[in-house]
Design a protein around this ligand. Structure first.
Ligand code: DC
Length: 231
């Protein structure tokens, strides 16, 4: 069967990563979490003194450092995907509140986007990939055969992120998680460069009231439709 490209976009904590990961596993495709790439770049900026509460981000220093930022993914023995920044497993750190607080302003920098979009397109050049993010169906893979736009309310998403942080051993309070989600929604959808928006040909999946199993059913059905007749 001919492989296709699958783009899954949506707001933060809409559950898109979990469903993209599950789908990739089920159909034997590679999964790439593009948000993790923006998060790893943000961690690099924080660690190298390029973020400052008073003055913001040292954009020029970060742009100059882009060629030094190597991002890859590794599969652990427990079969989970971890993000590797310059040889170091940073999976836990990139999910914390510090990185979450800086990632949206880092992701508005056009040079950062160009650099990461280039890497993402490299990963997808042979198809057979599921990538999730904000601009995958619009900018990274505008010709993707299957595009999904995931929606869920900010409150449902905040509760999910809150539970995830507890599970990962980095608890936070619900109100600040909700505030962070709302702020990132605003920055992500109003930025000039590749704002979060639904691609015209994307299928909308509203998952406020859907279980994981129900979501998977919808996705697999869509995948079957898209690949039917392709051989
Ligand atoms: O999906 P996430 O919450 O891990 O993404 C982290 C941030 O990265 C999010 O605030 C927006 C940004 N992002 C982006 O601008 N474009 C993408 N394709 C993926 C993520």
């Amino acid at each position: 069967m001919k492989k296709i490209t699958i783009a899954i976009d949506g707001f933060s904590s809409s559950g898109k990563s979990t469903m993209a990961k599950q789908l990739a596993k089920k159909i034997g495709y590679v999964y790439v979490d593009s948000g993790a790439m923006y998060r790893a770049t943000t961690l690099y900026a924080i660690r190298n003194g390029m973020t400052d509460k008073e003055t913001g981000i040292d954009t020029q220093a970060l742009i100059n450092a882009l060629p030094l930022i190597d991002i890859s993914f590794a599969i652990t023995p427990e079969d989970t995907q971890h993000t590797i920044l310059n040889g170091e497993d940073v999976e836990k750190e990139i999910r914390g509140m510090e990185v979450s607080g800086w990632v949206s302003p880092v992701a508005v920098i056009p040079e950062v986007r160009h650099y990461l979009v280039g890497l993402q397109q490299q990963y997808g050049k042979d198809k057979g990939i599921v990538m999730d993010g904000r601009d995958i169906g619009t900018t990274v893979f505008p010709d993707a055969e299957m595009k999904v736009f995931v929606q869920a309310s900010p409150e449902v998403r905040a509760k999910r992120r809150y539970d995830e942080l507890i599970e990962k051993g980095t608890p936070s309070d619900y109100e600040s998680v909700l505030a962070n989600i709302k702020e990132r929604d605003h920055i992500d959808s109003t930025r000039k460069e590749s704002p979060l928006r639904k691609a015209e040909d994307a299928f909308v999946l509203d998952n406020d009231n859907l279980s994981r199993e129900e979501q998977m059913e919808v996705l697999v059905k869509l995948f079957d439709e898209k690949t039917r007749g392709e051989d």
